[in-house]
Design a protein around this ligand. Structure first.
Ligand code: PRP
Ligand code: URA
Length: 212
């Protein structure tokens, strides 16, 4: 795959281990949800390596000291419904006070084109670091449209996190939104004729919520 300066693919043995369990068709809904959350937390840490810290004065039991913190109110989370909802708690573990916006998208099963059916974003989101989250990046249509919606709202610092991506989806997002930092835990081989990622894990929304 072509390399893109703002696309970061994790190559961590423990993430590989967890993703291998996610992929297994015998992994049940509860374990699937827990793993999505856990992987997202690790990805959140990794994706914030460049975050700007602010100095704060802290008094330890021994003395006053200047330490450094992330301004928590500067982060927002936006899941792409439905499957992205499964990642929200994983980011909240790191940023418990982050506000959450929602963008509803589903793929037309014939054309694979995304259809937006809902968008509600918190006031002031344009000034925040926004985590757009969706476990699956397949053709990239849903992510590209969600990123365009965030930019129309004025968001500038956007990080997109996906657990599994196809090369087609990465190329689509990197070309349409080269300014967005894209974090992917696992790069898969490609897409089948129905737009499903191979080897993938199937339909993430159905596996999270027990539908189909
Ligand atoms: C899935 C997934 C992404 C999208 C990825 O959602 O959660 O949003 O497909 O595909 P793309 O990169 O080709 O756009 P889906 O449309 O199945 O909706 P759901 O989450 O409500 O099940
Ligand atoms: N959406 C999913 O949930 N899975 C895929 O493999 C592709 C899109």
């Amino acid at each position: 795959m072509e390399s893109y300066p703002n696309v970061f693919i994790f190559d961590h043995p423990l993430i590989k281990h967890k993703v291998s369990i996610l992929r297994d068709k015998n992994t049940g809904m509860k374990e699937f949800r827990e793993l999505v959350e856990e992987i997202t937390t690790v990805m959140t840490y990794e994706s914030m390596k460049d975050v700007a810290l602010v100095p704060v004065e802290v008094e330890t039991p021994l003395e006053k000291t200047v330490q450094y913190r992330v301004p928590e109110e500067s982060v927002a989370i936006v899941p792409i419904l439905r499957a992205g909802l499964g990642m929200v708690n994983g980011v909240h573990r790191v940023f418990p006070t982050a506000r959450v916006g929602h963008i509803g998208m589903y793929r037309d099963e014939e054309t694979l084109e995304p259809r937006e059916y809902y968008c509600k974003l918190p006031d002031g989101i344009e000034g925040k670091t926004v985590f757009l989250v969706d476990p699956m990046l397949a053709t990239g249509g849903s992510a590209c449209d969600a990123l365009a919606a965030l930019k129309r709202r004025g968001c500038r610092d956007i990080r997109f996190m996906a657990i599994i991506a196809a090369p087609e989806g990465i190329a689509a997002v990197a070309k349409a939104h080269p300014d967005v930092r894209v974090y992917v835990s696992t790069l898969d081989r490609g897409l089948n004729e129905h737009g499903y990622i191979l080897p993938g894990l199937g339909d993430a929304g159905d596996r999270l919520y027990g539908t189909k």
